[in-house]
Design a binder for this molecule. Sequence first.
Ligand SMILES: [Ca+2]
Ligand SMILES: [Ca+2]
Length: 509
Amino acid sequence: MIKKICILLIGFVALNGAAQKNYASVNNRLSAGVNAKGFLFDSLGYPALTAANLMLSNGAGIWLSAKDSLGEIRVAAHDVLKHQHEFWPGPLQLKTAIPSDSNTWNHIYPISSAQIKFHRAHYKDNQYQAAAEILNWPGSLGAPYTQILAPFVDAKVNDQIYTPTSGDFPYINCNQLIYSIANDNAGPHNISQAKSLGVEVHTSVYNFNATDSFLNNSVLVRYVVHNRSTRNYKNFRLSAITSFQIGNLENEFLGTDIPNQTLFAINDTSEATFKNKLVSIGCMAINQKISSTMYFNDDNNLLNGRPSTPTHFYNLMQGKWKNGKSLGFGGTGIDGNGKAKFVYPYASDDSNGNILWNEYGNISGKRIGILNSDSLELKSGAANIYDFVYFIVEEKFNNIKQINHFCLSLKKGLDERKVLKVVPEMGVSKTKINLFPNPLSAGGKLFIEMKTDLPMFARIIDINGKEISNYNLHGPENYIILPNNLVVGLYFMEFKTLNTIERQILNIN
Ligand SMILES: [Ca+2]
Ligand SMILES: [Ca+2]
């Protein structure tokens, strides 16, 4: 049923224009949806995370925090309980962090590799009408906002302006993707009661081709946080917040797989198994060090209840209870002994002698997990990237071993496909390219070493700018055989990728 809803939804998007929608989902074995506030959510029957007919999460998002130079705590939060967020659709103006109009920007941007392929093959055709998803891709914007919003390839003009009619196309490295642009500056922060950070958050939800069973059971969520304020944040943090619900009942237990940087939930056995399998869902941090995991309950408990002040959020994001008390090792974490940084780690906590601590002695219920990244500097004008993979595991058992096994295989699959490579989101970073040998002779083998996995278009041009030959390059190491008829003299090797262009002198002797 849910899968049908998702397919119908995408059909609707295609017919009526992607820009008119503020919610869409990517579909695989695991489906995920996102809205224009960067929230993976469940509203009007649209799931945050599902597999077939099975609900896995009814809301997932992020918390951001930092102290400013005056020592004041700043927070921006998604509220996984009431779905009233401290994020609004649209970008912020550079430096001033003035928000765009939230209503105008109340859109998400779904795109697929098939749509891009079709566009690239047909954009020159007579009568060709590009799909709404291609036309509406938020590639470029310009002053007073950032020039490049969502990654795209400047196919012909290389002017950093997204013009799909002249062959520009969205850049994605997965099967389906939804892009969402939000900010924390367009309204009051009524959940945390904190001042805003002045950040623009670009959320991408990816899915992958179904050929890899691990990737097929996963979606990747990338948050790129751009600091549009004039403040430098020395201890910026991002936490992934997930309200878990596997199936119909809120009867979950939490767990942390520390070596795999994963927070997960499992169903207790009071709920029927699904086709004789037990289902677990995990959230794994990919590119950031995780400093702690926590949870909170939907109640007024002074330690592990709902956070409602800037300090509450700040403490929880550092692995402490909201009143500042340390997480205890054992029990529910509020009544345990000693200190811990990770909640319910099974036997994966080295700092506590790998003593087993899981949740099986507790009463299962509604579980809201907090996966805390370590603090990082986020300077004015800079951006940090945070990748998380949500995944589903269906096994006969519901313990940490299956999570561990899945995480290792998933990481291998992601690595092999190079899906985690970072796109230069700002579109202005130069790629380091080394040519050797240089000088060399006509007909010789020229090695090109470049620190990027992005597809690269290269050409040799003479000093008058006339093209001699051109090449498509892929991967970090390449070589080309120079034409035999190059006469002695100076040339340029020109390299073009996404929105950047770079020339190097090539000396033929
Ligand atoms: Ca262009
Ligand atoms: Ca359940």
